[in-house]
Design a protein. Structure first.
Length: 430
């Protein structure tokens, strides 16, 4: 995701690569983009899979230390690396963040289960204990001690994300952390204490699963490095057209759905007077405004496709060439070159700087594999985009008619991120 900025005339440029622990979603990228909106920034390039940000800046107007501090001010741990370095997930900041999140999620789940048990012993059935009793506000009634347990569970689940939510608000952003906090608080406000706790707990679990799935994808990045001299782990060469389309769509989708959420909260109650019901449905819209699954679906698939090709000895620079190869009319060298991709034979002494594909030209199986593999990758990308969009729009419709509870919307939204990531990683077995 590159954001070019107009360069200052007659200025020299410097480059900085930052590894940012916890940058798993477009929300974090947008937060960092806002934090780095300052004089001297010429270009920003985000790699969500590698959790890194490449910054081109004017050293006369800002410094690497200032940029690192600006990112750290968002609550995300940032560490500078040399360009070309492969950043793993073994940094202490990454492990500390992950381990702490696990403990908070476990505590939230344990107290939530205790609340359900207390409700269960005082309810007529376990179904009523789990789903609660509907009241006039569309909320649920609970045994007093159970409500206390649910409140503690919600607070425990929300506590790790609260600093991030406050930081996002300070930068004027409504990201997923803010939306989940607002949703849980809103659910409690209308008496749905169990659902508030479930939202906090399920988001904590889903966030851990999301981070795990991104880690799986990032492990694949290492396989691209070291196969060939001069070949680096840099997916910034040329992104796939479908990836650029997804980024443009996400930039429109989030503000539109956020505005729709406020419309749902404010307009229907004027007609029917059910403020509590529509406030709850508006909260679901807010949760679904996050485009994480949609944004991450393409780069994860591209990385998996490039990695599996590299393991076969076929090297391809970026999603752009891969998508163009997928349009080849036949699995032949001639058809592949007709797509406009710069292909070089492995035995050629020419440098790799301007080459997009390197393979063994006298091995027909390599050529056939690459064309077939590119078509398969494009098919998976389209599957992931369809899954993400279909899930979003389905739950938006369900929310309008009151058919989707808040906790299920949270689980579906973040769960979709895991699904599209694992679907993309299937290409590693190609």
């Amino acid at each position: 995701m590159a954001t070019p900025r107009k360069s200052l005339p007659q200025s020299r440029s410097s480059e900085l690569r930052l590894h940012v622990a916890g940058m798993d979603c477009a929300d974090e990228a947008a937060l960092i983009r806002r934090a780095l909106a300052r004089p001297g920034i010429e270009a920003l390039n985000f790699d969500l899979v590698g959790r890194r940000v490449d910054v081109t800046f004017n050293p006369d107007l800002t410094s690497a230390a200032a940029l690192t501090a600006a990112v750290a001010a968002t609550g995300l741990a940032a560490h500078a690396h040399e360009a070309g370095d492969v950043v793993g997930d073994d940094h202490p900041a990454h492990h500390h963040h992950h381990d702490t999140a696990q403990w908070w999620a476990a505590a939230s789940g344990a107290v939530l289960m205790a609340g359900w048990l207390v409700d269960g012993f005082h309810a007529d059935s376990w179904v009523e204990a789990v789903f609660g009793f509907h009241n006039e506000h569309g909320g649920h009634s609970h045994y007093p001690y159970a409500a206390v347990a649910y409140g503690v569970s919600a607070a425990t689940g929300l506590w790790p994300m609260l600093p991030r939510a406050i930081t996002s608000l300070r930068f004027g952003r409504l990201d997923m952390h803010v939306l989940v906090c607002l949703s849980a608080i809103g659910a409690a406000a209308v008496g749905q204490w169990a659902e508030a706790a479930a939202v906090a707990f399920l988001f904590a679990i889903a966030h851990l699963l999301e981070a795990w799935s991104i880690d799986r994808a990032r492990h694949a990045v290492a396989a691209l490095v070291g196969h060939e001299p001069g070949w680096s782990d840099d997916r910034g060469h040329e992104s796939a057209p479908v990836e650029r389309w997804v980024e443009r769509f996400a930039a429109i989708y989030t503000p539109v759905v956020t505005l729709a959420a406020f419309a749902v909260v404010l307009i229907p109650p004027v007609i029917d007077g059910q403020w509590g019901v529509w406030f709850y449905r508006g909260l679901i819209f807010l949760v679904l405004a996050c485009p994480c699954a949609l944004v991450i679906s393409t780069p994860v698939t591209v990385v998996a496709a490039l990695t599996s090709a590299a393991r076969r000895g076929v090297l391809c620079k970026g999603g752009g060439p891969l998508e163009r190869i997928a349009t080849a009319k036949a699995p032949t060298m001639q058809a592949m070159r007709e797509t406009g991709v710069a292909v070089q034979c492995r035995t050629s002494p020419e440098p790799l700087d301007r080459v997009e594909v390197v393979l063994t030209c006298d091995r027909e199986e390599d050529i056939e594999f690459l064309v077939t593999h590119a078509k398969r990758a494009l098919r998976v990308i389209r599957q992931n985009v369809t899954i993400a969009l279909a899930t979003k729009f389905a739950f938006l419709v369900f929310a309008v008619f009151g058919a989707a509870p808040l906790w299920l919307a949270v689980l579906a939204d973040t769960g979709t991120t895991v699904v599209v990531t694992l679907n993309g990683l299937r290409l590693l077995r190609a």
